[in-house]
Design a protein around this ligand. Structure first.
Ligand SMILES: Cc1ncc(COP(=O)(O)O)c(C=O)c1O
Length: 387
């Protein structure tokens, strides 16, 4: 199956999670859109792109169960969160309750705007190993205070590759009258996503990871009642629009001047590809592969898993705690000497008495094989002897 992708066959690629990988038929569709743009830029940008974007948004909205006017394409989750956080009008003392497992770019965005406003970003400790939803929920809500205004939480975490029970968190937050912002970068076509059931106020997902589109295709969903709070990051033709669409939210955020929207337009093709190639089964197999591999790698490295090994907490990635005093060097050696592309994640999490635990994160997709894991094990064995 690796031939379906442009991935370099000489590299053992165990990092689908960071930026995804796009199958050839979807990438060809992407390039077709770019060629169409180049052949007739004026008609393509002013007439065709708005029409195709609407079709693409309709397909996406159906897939994630929301209204097509409530979701807009953005390049990446960073863009989405900058739109949101910049507009929140945080006051001194306001608290944003989050976990200590969040993605670095999002932590930084919150830190930036909290520093400017005097608000506080509360990174609640989630204890490891994660053994039950109840344990997570109890840990998380320990961070609640009378000043908490907003909940920010990943549905699948980056460095620890854990699925968090965000539905339960959103439900409780709603009862408490708190705004919920969910970082679902890893979620679309990885685990089930139904926004009308989840009821988060704000949600972001990346399509270029597990939905297999080309890079630079993500989305921002905002609940209808809240959309008026969010000004566009870039003011352009969508403000005071000459030909307004049915959604001011879309007009404001979609028009950004001249730009190439080809990646956004590939979503219908990607969804068709995933359906045609029976991806439900591919995902099931990859999950099983990850769960088996997690147990095996923990044995091999004489360490313990950071969660109960089950569908409840694991999707197509797992993070294995590893003992090393130089994670950057380890990653470099694995890539430069063994041609293994795998993230070595440095964190400030404590696990089993280790401070700042380092994790080796394995992703599995249709092209991942047993040989890839064997290659990793034999490289680690050799490196251990040397280091
Ligand atoms: C939890 C999470 N949020 C966000 C992102 C990506 O954000 P960006 O593409 O803006 O860097 C990732 C990428 O791996 C992620 O794991």
């Amino acid at each position: 199956m690796k031939e379906l992708f442009y991935l370099n066959p000489e590299i053992t690629f165990l990092n689908h999670g960071s930026f995804g990988a796009c199958p050839k038929p979807i990438f060809e569709e992407y390039q077709r859109f770019q060629l169409d743009l180049e052949r007739e830029p004026v008609n393509y940008i002013t007439v065709e792109t708005p029409r195709l974007l609407k079709e693409s948004r309709q397909a996406l909205a159906k897939f994630i169960s929301c209204h097509e006017d409530d979701v807009v394409y953005v390049q990446n989750p960073s863009t989405a969160y900058n739109i949101i956080i910049k507009n929140l009008k945080l006051n001194p003392g306001d608290e944003i309750l989050t976990t200590n497992h969040e993605y670095g770019a999002m932590d930084r965005t919150w830190n930036y705007y909290c520093r400017k406003s005097g608000a506080k970003y509360v990174r609640q400790n989630i204890s490891l190993p994660l053994l039950s939803k109840e344990q997570f929920i109890e840990d998380f809500w320990k961070g609640l205070t009378p000043k908490t205004r907003i909940i920010f939480i990943s549905q699948i975490t980056s460095s620890t590759a854990l699925i968090f029970p965000v539905k339960e968190i959103c439900e409780r937050a709603k009862e408490l009258g708190l705004m919920t912002i969910v970082d679902g970068a890893h979620v679309p076509h990885h685990i089930d996503l139904n926004l009308s059931e989840l009821k988060a106020d704000i949600y972001t997902g990346a399509c270029h990871k597990w939905m297999l589109t080309p890079k630079g295709c993500s989305f921002l969903y905002v609940k209808r009642e809240l959309q008026h709070l969010f000004d566009p990051l870039i003011i352009s033709w969508g403000y005071e629009a000459e030909f307004p669409s049915s959604s001011q939210f879309i007009d404001y955020h979609e028009y950004q001047g001249t730009r190439d929207c080809a990646a956004f337009l590939t979503v219908p093709k990607a969804l068709e590809f995933l359906e045609k190639n029976n991806w439900t089964e591919v995902k099931r197999n990859c999950r099983k592969f990850i769960q088996d591999t997690y147990a095996e790698m923990c044995d091999f490295l004489n360490t313990k898993p950071i969660c109960k090994i089950s569908d409840e907490f694991l999707g197509q990635m797992c993070s294995i705690p590893i003992q090393t005093n130089d994670g950057i060097k380890l990653k470099e050696i694995l890539y430069n000497q063994y041609k293994i592309q795998i993230p070595v994640m440095r964190t400030n999490l404590d696990f089993e008495g280790n401070k700042n635990q380092v994790f080796l994160r394995i992703s599995a997709n249709v092209y991942t094989t047993r040989e890839d894991i064997e290659a990793l094990k034999s490289a680690l064995m050799e490196i251990r002897k040397r280091m």
